[in-house]
Ligand binder design. Structure first.
Ligand code: FES
Length: 140
């Protein structure tokens, strides 16, 4: 199934566009980020949780994930992830890769084309009881 997520314009050059899907019977947050290499395409979708500890990358406060030099920075211990491959080669999350979802850009729009997940809505999960370490109110 192919579901429109948003327009390409809504995905910031630095930062992320947060959304929620239903996957394996639970709501999960993912982020759209700009990539732009030939192999991966203009936009990628990664799970919004650091593989080191359950820390959200985009904390849902409207600012998006922290970015530096084309990498997503984990707000807890500072490991950074390539925005195209999702791979981390540094810090506590070294040698991990963010799980991804397949997305496609068609014209000016970004579509979810991954059969493992169903789009729920943009923004953070509404019920974050089972989302560990929701730190959006702590102001890291
Ligand atoms: S929680 Fe992300 S690097 Fe430790």
């Amino acid at each position: 199934m192919k579901t429109r997520l948003t327009s390409l314009d809504e995905v910031p050059e630095r930062g992320s566009w947060l959304f929620t899907v239903r996957q394996h019977g639970a709501d999960e947050e993912y982020i759209l980020v700009r990539c732009g290499d030939d192999e991966h395409g203009p936009v990628r979708a990664f799970r919004n949780v650091c593989p080191h500890e359950p820390q959200r990358l985009d904390r849902g406060n409207g600012h998006g994930a922290a970015m530096r030099d084309g990498e997503i920075i984990c707000p807890r211990h500072g490991s950074s992830f390539d925005t195209c491959s999702g791979y981390c080669d540094n810090g506590d999350a070294r040698e991990t890769t963010l799980p991804d979802l397949d997305v496609e850009v068609e014209g000016e729009d970004v579509y979810l084309v991954d059969d493992s997940a169903t789009f729920r809505h943009d923004g953070p999960k509404e019920d974050d009881d089972d989302m560990p370490s929701s730190t959006s109110h702590l102001g890291f």
